[in-house]
Design a binder for this molecule. Structure first.
Ligand SMILES: Nc1nc2c(ncn2[C@@H]2O[C@H](COP(=O)(O)OP(=O)(O)OP(=O)(O)O)[C@@H](O)[C@H]2O)c(=O)[nH]1
Ligand SMILES: [Mg+2]
Length: 413
């Protein structure tokens, strides 16, 4: 019910004309008795109304407290509460869709189905504890193994989906790296369509790393320009290089740029390729090809063959190769993002951790069933697996878990 009226101070002077809505237990966001006042915006009006309200036993909400109360009142489970924050933070169609689906309960439904299955199995195994004289027959053992295999593969599938889930939530991370002066900042600016990073002919221009968001084919991409990597440099540059390597480790894809106008580019690249093997996906880009004449160009092609690499030929100066580069980047993103239309994707690192823990216990239980160890021990492992699942939906929680989750919310949510 919406009411119209005024808010008055202690001397009955009207502070503001307002509307107010009252939401009873069970019909509010928090699930508790709740009221909302709609006053005119403006700092001073708000301050005066709050002053009146604080005279009662009322205080401002902590970050995420409304959602936390909704969880504690049993209106939503923890995955739905977390989805509220994800929905607010979502930047792209994909991240919006996955947050919305989780808010509507897709993840909790799926998790609860798995939980029911695990509880059923647990009950069967516990029954064997009560009747130790009865031996497990072969078909029972087969059924139990089938159940646990189903649970293991379902949970593995969820864990695997986090690779795409992380990209959905945090964007696809591309890091441009290479030796000094290779043209990294030039490429960064080109992809950004903006002169964001300083470009000069002096090697070692970029000292810090720079990150900006771009959109490629509807995907949110975070693009990072880094300091050139080389030996014997100043302390500032060394620090820049340290962060360059940290960023490279976190990248979903590294664009490694080589400057083919340097005489020794081939041997340098050969050396660098070995160092790059410890990182994930790398796209080798051969830059400054505008400086190569016909013979030099042939040499590049034969060098690519010799090194056994896929080298993208580029000139930041003439922009030749940029279209191809963008296509390659989009392919690389799509490779990491399978068709998500009808798939459940885990986007939360917390959920992934709990699932990984649960999987560990399920595997122990599986071994236990296979080797027919005492049912008490199998039941113990299985119960632990269920507990970990319950921590995802919040059937089991501690104040610490809640503090951690809700501290990331903003005030008023
Ligand atoms: N001819 C030619 N020059 C280029 C090309 N790309 C970059 N340059 C020039 O190469 C120099 C270095 O370019 P940057 O983009 O600053 O290189 P960087 O890799 O960021 O260098 P550091 O930050 O020092 O590691 C500048 O003078 C650029 O104008 C290219 O495709 N062709
Ligand atoms: Mg630079």
């Amino acid at each position: 019910m919406m009411y119209y009226g005024s808010i008055v101070n202690e001397t009955d002077t009207i502070i503001d004309e307002v509307t107010m809505v009252q939401m009873p237990v069970g019909n509010s966001y928090t699930g508790l008795d709740q009221a909302e006042i709609f006053c005119h915006g403006g700092q001073y009006v708000l301050k005066q109304i709050l002053q009146q309200i604080y005279k009662f036993d009322i205080r401002p909400a902590e970050p995420g407290e409304f959602t936390r109360r909704a969880f504690l009142a049993g209106r939503i489970d923890l995955t739905k509460a977390e989805a509220v924050a994800d929905l607010i933070a979502s930047k792209t169609e994909y991240s919006y869709r996955s947050a919305r689906d989780n808010l509507l309960g897709e993840l909790s439904q799926h998790i609860n189905t798995l939980r029911d299955r695990a509880i059923l199995l647990l009950a069967e195994i516990e029954a064997a504890i009560d009747y130790p004289e009865e031996n497990l027959d072969i078909s029972e053992k087969k059924n139990q193994l089938e159940s646990i295999e189903f649970l293991i593969s379902s949970i593995k599938e969820l864990i695997d989906s986090y690779k795409s889930g992380k990209i959905i939530k945090e964007g696809f991370k591309i890091v441009i790296a290479g030796r000094p002066n290779a043209g990294k900042s030039s490429l960064f600016n080109l992809l950004l369509n903006q002169n964001r990073a300083i470009v000069t002919p002096t090697p070692g221009t970029t000292r810090d790393y720079l990150t900006e968001w771009i959109e490629l084919d509807g995907h949110a991409v975070s693009l990072t320009d880094t300091a050139g990597l080389r030996k014997s440099v100043s302390a500032i540059e060394k620090s820049g290089q340290f962060y360059a390597e940290v960023e490279m480790k976190r990248a979903d894809l590294i664009i490694w740029m080589a400057d083919i106008s340097k005489k020794s580019w081939k041997s340098s690249l050969l050396y660098d390729l070995e160092k790059l093997s410890k990182f994930g996906d790398v796209l080798i880009v051969l830059n400054k090809t505008d400086l190569a004449n016909k013979t030099a160009f042939k040499n590049i092609s034969s060098a690519i063959k010799e090194l056994g690499i896929y080298g993208l030929i580029l000139s930041c100066k003439t922009r030749s190769g940029i279209g191809k580069l963008k296509k390659d980047l989009i392919n690389s993103i799509n490779k990491n993002m399978p068709d998500l239309t009808d798939r459940l994707v885990v986007t939360s690192e917390r959920h992934k951790k709990k699932l990984t823990n649960s999987l560990k216990y399920l595997k122990n239980a599986q071994k236990g069933i296979q080797s027919e160890i005492s049912p008490e021990l199998i039941a113990f492992e299985l119960r632990q697996a269920v507990n970990k699942i319950d921590e995802i939906t919040g059937r089991i929680y501690t104040e610490d878990i809640l503090d951690n989750i809700f501290s990331h919310f903003c005030i008023g949510k």
